[in-house]
Design a protein around this ligand. Structure first.
Ligand code: PLP
Length: 379
């Protein structure tokens, strides 16, 4: 698997794209707490880019520019959570419009979109976008505003062909949105495959330390009506991060390529181990040769397949919960992409997920220690 992108991006992220505090020479960007900025006696701004913090924050600009470079984007925008990023895009759909939504993706996004569509009389088509025949059949002769996919998907780890979805979106007259949270901006650049907007919960691997909520959007066409909507929506509706969170996010991002590389290696090692384990029925991970989406994942990911994997234990709900309860290193908690490994019994909060499915977010610990932990828990 080519690692070139991880290497290329290592310098960009480690040096925060060369950010030096111009006032002091500090090698860390300064944390500006002010929400407003003074004017001089002629009523001119002291700095053209600093009027009021909802619009002007150097830390947002820095994070946005680093992440936009990684995504090969023209522009990027930070939001205060992944869901704020989802909501901004979904709110662009006019009353009576149509959204085509991948089924079986992050439950919070699905719930928000379903409720929005009911409130606004927006037609919602939910379809398994990893199954292109099903997607084509469900959308034949239709127009739509958004085609929304998530790849690899959470928690089923389905890989969706972004390039094919881009041509379907074109036929529908829709913008193609790709939630690329599990792939990270290191392992995949969906804009290169024809996506209109790429979306991340930066709460996950981009921050990587389970201590900041953040969202990120990037576009290949900053003049598009959708991007203009996104810019206006943040500026006027006011969904912005706090400065300290943006500062922490940049601090976390400096090790993003390194963490993603290690997490991907660890996750692949877990996937191989679990695949050959007697107590395991099936492993869902795009890095496995046996995975139905492996070929697509190889085409649109490089340097690894990410930290997220799911597996189904043999037995029933009680067997799965017993294994979860025995784990010592994997923390029993939701979320993903942090340096510490987590395990989740997804069915407990999302009852459409099989009750034997366990979702792992694999961190940067010793792979052998994590494997030993899984082994003792499954025995
Ligand atoms: N997209 C995916 C794939 C997610 O896993 C999540 C959260 O788990 C989100 C979006 C929402 O992000 P946030 O929790 O930052 O609002």
């Amino acid at each position: 698997m080519a690692k070139s992108n991880v290497d290329d991006l290592a310098t960009l992220f480690a040096q925060a794209d060369g950010a030096i505090d111009a006032a002091t020479g500090g090698v860390v960007p300064p944390l500006q707490g002010a929400t407003t900025f003074v004017r001089d006696e002629n009523y001119d701004l002291m700095s053209a880019d600093h009027t009021y913090a909802r619009d002007d924050n150097d830390l947002y600009r820095l994070a946005e520019s680093i992440l936009a470079k990684a995504e090969h984007a023209q522009a990027g925008l930070l939001l205060p959570s992944g869901m704020a990023a989802v909501a901004t895009l979904v709110r662009s759909v006019p009353n009576g419009g149509r959204i085509v939504l991948q089924s079986g993706i992050y439950w919070g996004a699905t719930r928000f979109i379903r409720e929005f569509c009911v409130r606004r009389q927006v037609d919602l088509i939910e379809v398994d976008c990893a199954n292109l025949d099903a997607l084509n059949t469900a959308t034949a002769d239709l127009e739509a505003d958004l085609l929304w996919i998530e790849t690899p998907s959470n928690p089923y780890l389905k890989s969706v062909d972004v390039a094919v979805c881009a041509s379907i979106a074109e036929r529908l007259g829709a913008s193609l949105i790709v939630d690329s949270t599990a792939a990270t901006p290191i392992l995949s650049q969906p804009l290169d495959h024809g996506a209109d907007v790429v979306m991340h919960s930066a709460t996950k691997a981009i921050n990587g330390h389970s201590d900041v909520l953040a969202g990120f959007l990037a576009t290949g066409d900053e003049n598009s009506p959708l991007w203009q909507w996104v810019l206006t929506d943040r500026a006027t509706a006011g969904a912005v991060m706090g400065s300290f969170e943006a500062w922490l996010l940049i601090r976390g991002m400096r090790t993003l390529p390194l963490r993603v590389e290690r997490m991907s290696e660890n996750a692949l090692a877990m996937a191989h181990f679990l695949e050959s384990h007697d107590a395991v029925d099936r492993v869902l991970y795009p890095g496995l040769d046996s995975d139905p989406g492996h070929e697509i994942a190889c085409r649109q990911m490089q340097g690894g397949f990410g930290s997220l994997l799911s597996f189904l234990v043999k037995g029933d709900r009680a067997t799965a919960l017993r294994a979860v309860g025995r784990l010592k290193l994997f923390k029993r908690a939701t979320s993903l992409g942090g340096v510490e490994s987590l395990v989740e019994h997804r069915h407990t909060i999302e009852d459409t997920v099989p009750d034997t499915l366990l979702r792992l977010s694999v961190g940067i610990e010793s792979a052998q220690a994590l494997i030993d932990d899984l082994d003792q828990a499954l025995r």
